[in-house]
Design a protein around this ligand. Sequence first.
Ligand code: SF4
Length: 383
Amino acid sequence: MIIKNSGLALYLHIPFCLKKCNYCDFVSFPYRRDRLKKYISCLASEISLSSEKLGINGCKVGAIYLGGGTPSLLQPEDLAEIIRAIKNNFDINEPCEFTMEVNPETVQYNKFKEFKDLGVNRVSLGAQSFNDKTLKILGRVHNSRQIYIAYETLRKAGFENINLDLMFALPGENLLDTEYSLREAINLRPGHISYYSLTIEKGTEFYEKRNSLKLPDDDLDYEEYSKGIEILENSGYTHYEISNFAKPGFESKHNKIYWKNLPYIGFGVSAASYLRRGRFQNTSSLYEYCDKINQNILPVSYSEHLTAKFAKAEHLILNLRLLKDGVDKNLYYIRFGTLPEFDFYETIEKLKSLHLIKVEPGKILLSRKGVFIANSVFTEFLP
Ligand code: SF4
């Protein structure tokens, strides 16, 4: 019933980049055209294999997301091959949101015009910052000028639904630097802005250099987040998820399927899926991925079936991320046959008394105070 209503979300991982950014812990490999071509053919095979083996062949799809890596390194013929595989195995629920993550240095008018004609109708442009010094520290390939050019080119190619990705709590930046980036982003008038705090992940260049990086302290991190919320809201963006802001009609349909805890299927190296209370993830090894696909074996390296208690906790945590929708008690009841107050009575009472959540007749929401320490709130629900 859930699949019928919103459609499945499909995520496709394109794990190639021109260069590894210093903060990045996503699975990505150095770009080579021959490698990418082989990978696309494995991806197309995986779409058929997995839809068959998971028994989801012919299911309705409500949103498609090409993430990475750098999916904008694809050529139109690569994208056409992927779309053919999707159409051969799924039923696209029109209008289907079809997003491609884009890096500024890869944007060319003709290529994106073709992407648009092939069905991509939303792009997520990885700007991260408009300060050239910061972009260098982050190890990004592009500079700020390329962001403006890429944005204008995307508009000219016909993209009306654009997200800009920005980060705060960046090394060497103060509040004014972050504010500058935000205002530059807003001046471009994208329908959606993602505003994330940088986290230093193990295995990254930044992790190795963490002691010498001039990272902001907790107070500055808090100030940059709260100032960002204020600026974005005053500019007509609704703060609809912890790190996401949208003008009316521009909320991300694909990500909302995740946050509403609805099923999604990931294809490609390291891609994760959630279906029938099972979570599973593909191998992160490019070699193993292609090898398994060539043998008609699903390249899954990890899977778990969630216990009822854990599934309920996860449902609450994900839905609480949606600041306006929150946890819909009715939907929770339909799904689990109980109410959140019954399953998590003590936790809810505690968080309510600390003013970290708000309990309303039909829903439960994070409070303004709760948004700033969301991760601590979420861990309270975990078994
Ligand atoms: S472009 Fe994106 S995926 Fe590639 S290295 Fe940089 S942050 Fe990571």
